[in-house]
Write a protein that binds this ligand. Sequence first.
Ligand code: BV8
Ligand code: ZN
Length: 254
Amino acid sequence: MSATFPHVLLDALRTTRHLVVFTGAGVSAESGIPTFRDALSGLWERFDPAQLATPEAFAEDPTLVWGWYEWRRMKVLAAQPNLAHHAIAELETCVPRLTLVTQNVDDLHERAGSTEVIHLHGSLHQPRCVACSMPHGTLSSAPGEPEEGRRLEPPRCLHCGERVRPGVVWFGEMLPESALQAAFAAAQDCDCLLSIGTSGVVQPAAMIPQLAAESGAVVAHVNPQPVSVHGPREFSLEGPAGVVLPALLDAAFQ
Ligand code: BV8
Ligand code: ZN
């Protein structure tokens, strides 16, 4: 993609002291991981994700919710990081300081080589006891056949016998305080922020790009859909992250 990028953005990347990269489900789309809205395809399509990703849903129907998360976890195990994840990992070597903040619960950033990843919404790979919160480490690590729509009985905590739950932040649950504070601090300190593959719907994560813009940072959104921008230092780069990000790195650093 020999696209031209705004000079304000290229200059900001070349001279940044502290860059924040903020990602949503769209950065994993080209790895074949359905975005949150698409995640309810097939047999789950009759459910609303915001209804299924809640403590109430798990309490009411643990086998349905656990089956959905195990299907998603198997898809992540079978997936590979895409060119966007690799470009973000490479960005770490191009700038003095990069803070990566993700809303995603997959580990594709880590598998692409990103060294520090702030997970605002937890991880599919950190199940814990619903009662005593003890981490449950013995989930199968082989990507099985992700059977869509299959109910699964969650394992039992080895410490207290209660059910194990996914290690994600559900709707209505607080985000991990330290992760949120670190993300807010980075957004207020940075001089450039790339927001990649997010619909900017879910709070409080969606505040991150706004905080950066209000602190004077240059902000660019990477999304196949146009993102509404405000002012001369905010940009919407339309296209898939796996195409736009490698081109942006080439334009800025080659
Ligand atoms: C909280 C983990 C406060 C789970 C997720 C009523 C009741 C209760 C709460 C609320 C309420 N109303 C509002 C709220 C707050 C609520 C909220 O924001 N709701 C929304 C729906 C309005 N927030 C919360 O509940 C949060 N907690 O507020 O607690 C509180 C206060 C006091 C006491 C107690 C609590 C917790 C929110 C965290 C929820 N967990 N994930 C799981 O994954 O199962 S959020 C989940 O959805 C994802 O993590 C993601 O962040 C979000 C959106 O998912 P998607 O839409 O799929 O992804 P994304 O937004 O990233 O969109 C995809 C984008 O990619 C699109 O724009 C698309 O165009 C683009 N794209 C596609 N392909 C590509 C691409 N981009 C680039 N390249 C491509 N190739
Ligand atoms: Zn327990």
